[in-house]
Design a protein around this ligand. Structure first.
Ligand SMILES: O=C(O)COP(=O)(O)O
Ligand SMILES: [Mg+2]
Length: 241
């Protein structure tokens, strides 16, 4: 008998608005459009190695598994073979130093992000970030965009031993907020975010304007999604101004 291949499971669960106590946000592709600065830093790295620049679409498809994977994927694309550790380690160090110093030249918060975060906090919700971007780089971007103060906690890709889709960093974010998973919703642009949420036991809302949306198609059941950040409060069942 034919059997469909296993697909990773997610949950359509969202807590009722009255039980909702906090939100945990992915960063790249969810709160900020960061790919142009990632691309610029990668292309400076590649130029130093005599390699041609990468297109935006190529870099966008490389984002989501943290900086080490990003650099590994870029070097693999540029050289036609995966780098060894002796090549990757110094390339990653150089990339991060360069990126952290110029992380918000082109990077911007998506429309509605500031206003909605202010409103959500005003409604008494705790807010955290759970990103696969390294912690120092995450804080560098948030500081440059004057968004750091909007959050009660930031968990980066190197803040815990495992990264999303492992639930560990999301659990760390919940611990930092002092929240049980049943009172929280994760918001993200990719399947890693949905899978971490399902494993941690939080609700999940996907955004469709980011980098990883295509990966939602493999999830069963399909996640609840929003097309604009400004639609988030209504999707959470929060009413009023
Ligand atoms: O740095 C990355 O690879 C992606 O980070 P994200 O988890 O904020 O999407
Ligand atoms: Mg993302």
């Amino acid at each position: 008998m034919f059997e469909a291949p296993d697909s990773p499971g997610t949950s359509p669960f969202l807590p009722a608005a009255r039980r909702l106590r906090g939100l945990v946000f992915d960063l790249d592709g969810t709160l900020i459009d960061s790919v142009e600065d990632l691309r610029a830093a990668l292309n400076r790295l590649l130029a130093g190695r005599g390699r041609p620049p990468l297109e935006r679409s190529a870099v966008q498809a490389m984002v989501g598994d943290g900086a080490r994977k990003l650099v590994e994927r870029a070097l693999t694309a540029a050289h036609g073979a995966a780098p060894d550790v002796a090549t990757l380690d110094p390339a990653l160090t150089a990339f991060l130093a360069d990126y952290e110093a110029a992380a918000a030249v082109h990077t911007r918060a998506y429309p509605g992000v500031r206003e909605v975060l202010t409103r959500l906090r005003g409604a008494g919700l705790k807010l955290a970030i759970c990103t696969n971007k390294p912690y120092a780089a995450s804080v560098a971007v948030l500081d440059a965009l004057q968004l750091s103060d909007a959050f009660d906690a930031v968990i980066g890709g190197d803040s815990t031993p495992a990264r999303k889709p492992d639930p560990q960093p999301l659990q760390a974010a919940l611990d930092a907020l002092g929240l049980p998973p049943g009172g929280a919703v994760m918001i993200g642009d990719g399947p890693h975010d949905a899978l971490a949420a399902a494993a941690a036991g939080t609700g999940f809302i996907g955004v469709t304007y980011g980098y990883g949306t295509a990966g939602f198609a493999a999830l069963t059941p399909a996640p609840i999604t929003i097309d604009r950040f400004a639609d988030l409060p209504a999707r959470l069942g929060l009413t009023g101004g």
